[in-house]
Design a protein. Structure first.
Length: 232
């Protein structure tokens, strides 16, 4: 259930009174004296479901509530259907109701956005780890070359290993310079793309929802910015 409203006549101003069971909504709408006396103070209950459908229930046998001209006790309706209250057929103005209904947005597409970002971020971290592991081999080869220099300082093995160590060290130095320049750029681009896509689906909001796992995100019931309800 998205919203549960009691609709009836305000006893003092004869306006339409709309209130919610939790007390968060309690307001009189419309012009003073616009609601006839044959509309009860608690005339009908309107329940708005998570899927956008509605149920209207007549709250008292002495009341008359009509949908599309037909008296009802309880009926499934859609927002905008013709609803009349009382013998005088006071027509419910949906413009009073619509602003009270929380928006509902589908956040399930954000799961794929998070998984893509998480996978690409891990790929960058794994690539950096592999590079660092290979670079450590340079130091090992250099140490071997030094040891060989002590053991076989006149041996061709020493010059081969020493030359190889210098070549590998130079290669990794160049590669490290290039990688140190490109890695932050790739990470920054990845983060910027993620911030553009991992946002509230409500077109009127579109706030970034943070670097939080999708499984944590869906534990929230609504967007922290626009308060639109999350459809999971």
């Amino acid at each position: 259930m998205l919203l549960d409203l009691i609709i009836g006549r305000d006893a003092n101003s004869q306006q339409l009174r709309i209130s919610s069971a939790d007390g968060k909504i309690n307001k009189a709408v419309g012009a003073a004296g616009s609601v006839p006396m044959n509309v009860s103070r608690k005339h009908a209950q309107l329940t708005v479901n998570d899927d956008g459908s509605c149920t209207i229930r007549n709250l008292n046998a002495a009341n008359i509530t009509r949908v599309a001209g037909q008296p009802i006790v309880i009926k499934q309706i859609s927002i905008g259907d013709l609803v009349d209250l009382g013998e005088s057929r006071y027509t419910l103005n949906w413009d009073f109701i619509r602003p009270l209904i929380p928006k509902t947005v589908d956040i399930t597409p954000l799961k794929q956005v998070w998984e893509k970002y998480h996978h690409e971020k891990l790929s960058l971290q794994i690539a950096a780890g592999k590079f660092n592991a290979l670079r450590s081999a340079t130091g090992l080869i250099t140490m071997i070359a030094i040891v060989c220099g002590f053991l076989w300082h006149d041996s061709p093995i020493y010059f081969v290993l020493y030359g190889l160590a210098i070549a590998i060290s130079l290669g990794f130095t160049i590669a490290a310079y290039r990688k140190s320049a490109s890695a932050p750029i790739k990470q920054d681009e990845l983060d910027r793309n993620f911030k553009r896509e991992y946002v509230c689906p409500n077109p009127e909001c579109r706030h970034f929802l943070g670097f939080q796992d999708y499984e944590i995100l869906i534990q929230n019931s609504a967007c922290p910015y626009c308060k639109a309800k999350f459809k999971k």
